[in-house]
Structure formats: structure tokens, C-alpha cells
Write a protein that binds this ligand. Sequence first.
Ligand code: PEP
Ligand code: MG
Length: 892
Amino acid sequence: MTKFVYSFGKNSTDGNAEMRDLLGGKGANLAEMSSIGIPVPPGFTITTDVCSYYNDNRNNFPKELEKQVWEAIASIEEQIGCKFGDPENPLLVSVRSGARASMPGMMDTVLNLGLNDKTVSGLASQSGDERFAYDSYRRFIQMYGDVVLGVEHYNFEEILADHKQGKGVSMDTELTVSDLKQIVSAYSEIVEKHIGKPFPEDPTEQLWGAIAAVFGSWMNERAKVYRGLHNIPDDWGTAVNVQSMVFGNMGSSSGTGVCFTRNPSNGDNVFYGEFLINAQGEDVVAGIRTPQPLTNAEKSSSNNELPSLEEVMPKIFAELCEVRKSLENHYRDMQDIEFTIQRDKLWILQTRNGKRTARAALSIAVDLAESGLISKEEAINRIDPIALDQLLHPTLDPNAPRNVLGRGLPASPGAATGKVVFSSMEAEELATKGEKAILVRIETSPEDIGGMHASAGILTTRGGMTSHAAVVARGMGRPCVAGAGEISVDYQDKSFSASGQIVRKGDVITIDGARGEVILGAVETIQPEMTGEFGVFMDWVDNVRLMSVRTNAETPEDVRTALRFGAEGIGLCRTEHMFFEPSRIISMREMILAIDEKGRRAALDKLLPFQKQDFQEIFDLMGELPVTIRLLDPPLHEFLPTKEEEIIEVASAASADIGKVKDRVAALHETNPMLGLRGCRLGIMYPEIYSMQCEAIFEAVVYVQNQKKITIVPEIMIPLVSSSGEFRIMKDLVASVAELVSCRTGKEFGYLIGTMIELPRAALEAGKIAEEADFFSFGTNDLTQTAYGLSRDDSGAFLGSYIEKGIFSKDPFVTIDVDGVGELIDFAVKRGRAIRKDLKLGICGEHGGDPNSVKFCKSIGLDYVSCSPYRIPIARLSAAQAELVKPKDLVD
Ligand code: PEP
Ligand code: MG
């Protein structure tokens, strides 16, 4: 018989941490924790296989499930000493989701299940606290009504609010037993009104209803959106965990909280968390009451006046410190722990690897490796290369003036400047216009997930460091200031007020998620430092990595940034980008529009000094590091004048007739410029253009070699080659200019000549081209475009639909299409190296900075990847990770 139910607890533990796929993260961890002696309330996990079965079989369960569930319930009853449905001594359970990957707040949960009009009295007498029993009952009806029976939350909220108003009280805790009894019957009535039958009293019916609802919530809209954003496959399914309830709302010796074994914002090795006395778990996460700090240190650093757990329950705190140690040592990673104290007894409800910012992830990985708990290789594998991006961007200048409007908790670091919006919809609207939004909410809920993703930063006025906003923002890498209580939001008026100032929708503010500050207007920024833990980590990365990482850069500023980020050369210097400056574009246009060689040469003579200067600057910055310069490759339309005044300007620079210039523009018009007179076709048709560029390169080499007493070997790269014939002609041209410059200057210099492989035909003819070429650089932007016949400029309009429909798993312009474009590259590599063993191979398309593509490049034996400056650390880390994976896992 298939095993669908896995028990955990003091008596028996069927599962373990390895069984994540089957038991979900939460289930596997509960099993693992109970096996190492952590005080976990007993329970059982129903496997993810049942979720798939349920969703594939029109919401039916496998036959064998029922028997296994009842056996597991019996085991809980035995451990806890209560009975499910027993009016005298009832066992209450929670029913929660738990997928393989954490999806906080996305699926449903039901607590206090097993309560009804009879068992509520049993609970009251067992606990000696009638108020608590009825409070639990009203919470249960509300949750079950909402999650299982589809009676929306607000119906219950209204009843509760009306009752409080009627009684003239503002806090739930001020309601008496008789209030709660009235609320319970009002809740039951509203449920009956909505579903046309009474609230289910039978605990068995309740249990199966909740299990079905939690499995069903895998397919709800917000869970689907979350999976889309985090690349979680639909067919994973969720497990369901049924666990004995423990109560944090049993008076002042009870409480509930969450803690991190280290600080999740900056990674510091300090215990960190918050809790509420006399409350249930959802109260902490919902951010409705301001939680108390865990430790005294935290209390003083956060200006939180409330007493800490360390102060009010020192024995429990000491026990929790032990749990912290055991769990972190056992899981060898920072843990996010949920706990409940029921009448002075500590229970651990869950532990998982804590979500953290990139900064914290790096700091924790370095510290764990330095303390010997994990290896350096493991540390390298733990950092998501893309998340490094968070550390590479400018931060607010601490010395710049700030008009601070208010302060909150530093919930997720980083700074963001943008326009104030008050709803997720407004944030998404601004994002589609390419503008930055700061989402300002009293508190956020799972419905806000899309808006939070679309925002540059998030500000809430209520809630703590583990509120929904804080947890989700950290996971997404969005800066967040949470619980800024001095700020008062008016949704109606679309404004907030703080420090006597009114800020309206559309006004610009800055939030500093590291300091918890809300600032009016924009603030100046400074460049990030590549030192400290980041430097240590990147040294480890470089020791492991074998593939080189170069940059795509042509301006001195980009080259400097790239060097700071660890570039080991330039893999692509796009020379056409050097001609867009106003002082150069006219001569460039003049050259393109000239009707004969004489006219072109006249314009090229004006461009030569600029080019020489460009290359001198680059060689000066790069020293002896390799520099690949690509000769001109413009689709002509990028340079043609379009406006009347531009045409007049060019005509006057060339002393030509305006009408003739217009005729020439018309004559050069191409229907399909991407496949037109570009790349080496330009060099074939107008050799004087490439001659000028080579002259500038070689003269710059001679100049900088002399100046710096170094050896520079430039790599000249011919674009858009489709046949070996084209390449041979271009190679001869480059050689003749080199000879000329050498004779003229009387200096010797070396150079390499190679080609881009960016057309399928070039890949297929790679063997022949390699007879002539020193290197290949794969131009995967054009190679993707031409292999698919998919315009890189126009495909954005429908690529999204292709991905949604599952035709493409990823955007092929972002991640190399291994099956098609990748095959062409692999073919060219093999053909090329068969002819020339030492053929230098690299990639310079945008894929050079994409982690999966970098791993692919490693798997086929490329020597280097080249990417834009800000992607360099990402590429370095991806290249190191590529060395650490088993060959069969290289491409995922
Ligand atoms: C490419 O095609 O991949 C490439 C690097 O060249 P460009 O993007 O300049 O066409
Ligand atoms: Mg190209």
C-alpha cells in the first residue's frame, strides 16, 4: 500500500529532511526536528503526491488515505492525551500547507480545528480559561469559514468591529466571554446565511474539509502568481501538515513568536526575533500588534520600549538559545524559527532556512565557512548569482543632506527613490511606464505581491521585522521600511502625513531600508565597495573558477567600473557606440552618406583622431589585459539622419546639396536593416572604414606601449561573418594596415585577428574559418535572432505569450537556448578546435552575464565569458559554481 501519511513527534518519526519533495519543506523539517529532540507538537504530513492526485482526479483523495489519517490521529491522541472530537478533553489540530519551496502566505491554513459547541466547553474546562476557549472558537469559525467555506474575511471583521464599537472597546483582548459567545453565534449565522446550511459541527467533516481546502489552495491565483515569479513548477504540489495545536493565547505565561538565528538583514551573528504575549502565530505575521523584541540588545538597538523575552521569561529564553544552537548546527545554515510558549512550556512549530538579503546571505556564508561549519565550496554554492546584483548598485551617500519625514524598522536594506503610490495597481501601472514607484501601505497582504514586485521600494506604517511586507520585500530584494508609526496614511485622500508635511500620490520620496528612514525627495548616491566580506568571498570564487570573465565596454567610465568589479579583459568593444556623441555623429553620417570613396575618406579623416583617442584611453586603463575591439557593425538605420535639421546639418558639414543628401538617405533605406549592409559587409563594400579603425587601433597601441613600457596585443574582431571568404579579405586588410603603421612608426607590435560567430552559417563553416582565425567570440544576440528568425528588437511583443504557453521555457535572448542556439555553438567549438587546438573561444552576447548560460559556456569548454560591467561579479560566481557542479547537472 502506498504510504501517504508520515507521522512526527516524540513517539515516531517516519520522515526526514531528505524527503522535501514528498513531505514539503515544512513536513520534512518537522520530521527532522523531532528526530533530533526538538520539542515539536506531534502530528503528521500528507504527501505532495496526494496534492497531485487531488488536483488530477477532480478533487478526490486516494482510497487508502482515510485509514492512514485516522491511524496518525490516534498516535497524536496518545502522545498528547486528548481525543479528537471528545467533548471533555478535545484534541485540536492545525492544518497547514507546506510546499517543497517556501511560499510565505500564499496558501491556506486552518487553526483550532476540532472545536464545536460541545468541545469548546471541554477546552474551557481543560484550560481553566473560558475566555481563551471562546476566543479560539471564534477564530476557528472565522478561518474555516473563510478558507474552507468561502465566506470572505471581511464578513467576520465587520461583526467583530461592530461588536467592539457597540461595547466601546478598541482591542480584541477587551472582549469578555459573553461578548465572544455572542460573536461566535453571529459568526455561525453569517456562515449559514452564505452557505445555506449550518457551520459543520462534526470534527471529522471539519478535518476533511480543511485538508481539501489546503490542497486546493495550491491552485489559487496568488499561489500561481508567486510560482510564476519564483519559477516554481505547478506540478510540485503542496503537502498538508496536520499537527496538534499548542496555544500561545493562554494568558500571560503564554506567547508566540518568530526568530532568526542571525540577523536576516545584515547577517550579523546575533539572535534576533520578536514575540507577543498571549497571542497566536497569525497575530505576529499580520502585524496588527507591535511585537516585543527577543533580546535586550535588540530592544536597545531598535528603540523598542517593550520588554524583551530575555527579561520576561528568562528560562524560556535560555531554552530557546539552546534550540537556536542545535538547529543552526544541525542545518548548518541560518534558521527562521516559529515558536509558541504554552503555559511556560516551549514548543517549536517550524524551522526553515531563513530568507535573507543578498548582503546577509554573503555575510552568513562567509562566517559559516570561516567557522568551519560549511566548506568554502558550499559557501560559493549558497549564493544566488543574480542576488549579488543587490550589492553592486549605488547606495545613499551617508553625508548627503536628508529631509527625514519619519522612521520605521530597517526591514530590507538598500535604498530606493520613486513616486509615492498607495495601491499595488498604481505601482504596476507606473512600472509599465518604466517609472519607479514606492508602495506606501498601512500593511501589506499576499494580494499585494504583484505590486510589491513592481515597486522600487515598500513602506508600511504598521508591523514588525517579520510582517508580511518585511519578509516578502527581503525575499524579493526590494528595500523596505516597515512599521513607520509616525506616518499616517490616508488612502481616501491618496496622501500621507509625517513631520507636519503632506506627501501626495506622485511625489518623490526615498526610503533607506538599511536605516529605516523615509526621506522627502531624492538623495545622492555613492558607488558600492568591493571589499570586506564581499572581497573575501570573491577571492574564494576566483580560486575555484577556471573560465575568465571579461567585459563588454567601450567608454572609459564603463571600463573603470568593469575593472573595479574584477574584469580580466574586454571581450567586446563595440566601436559604433563611440560615434554617437554630437561632435562625432555628424562626421559619421557624412561618412555613411558619402556617394564616393573620396567623400568617405574626408569624413573618416575627421573621425580618425577621435578613434585613436578612444583606443589610447582604453589601452591605458587596461594595460596588458586583453582587449577585443570589434570593427564597425551598425545596422545603418541607427545612424541615418531622420529629422530635417539633421539632414541640413550633415549637408552643410559635407558641403553637399540638401536634396542630394535626401536622395542618398532614401537610397540607403533598408527594409530589414538587421540583415542588411552591416557587419563585415560594410568592411567589404567600404574597406576604407575598417582601414581607418585599424590605423587608429595600431597607432594607439604604439603610443601606449611607448608611454607605459608594456606589451599590448589587441584582438581585432570582424563582425557578422558568414563565410570564410569574407573573413580572409578582412584579415588581409587588417594585416596591410598593421604593416603600414609599423613601417610608419618604426615599431613592432603583435595582434590577434578573430571573428564573431553570430550567424548560423558561420557556425556551420567554423572549421574553415578557424584555418584563418585566432579566436571566435560567440555573438549570441544575433545568433539567437538569426537561428530562430526572431527579431531581437520586435519579439518583446509576443515572447511573453510564448513563455506563458510553455513553447519557450525561458526568454532565449536572456538564457541560451541550449537545444538550438547552444547546438550551433557546440558544433562551431568542436569544428574550430579540431582545426586549431589553441583557438581562443569566448562569448560576448548578453548571455555572458546570465548564470545558466555561463554554466552552459563552461560545459562546452569556452575560455571566457564577456558581459556588461555590473554583471561581472554575477558571471564570476556563476563560473565558479559551474566548476562545482557535476557535469551532468551543468545545464538546468
Ligand atoms: C551579439 O550579436 O551577440 C553581439 C554581441 O553583437 P551586438 O549585440 O552588438 O549585435
Ligand atoms: Mg551582433
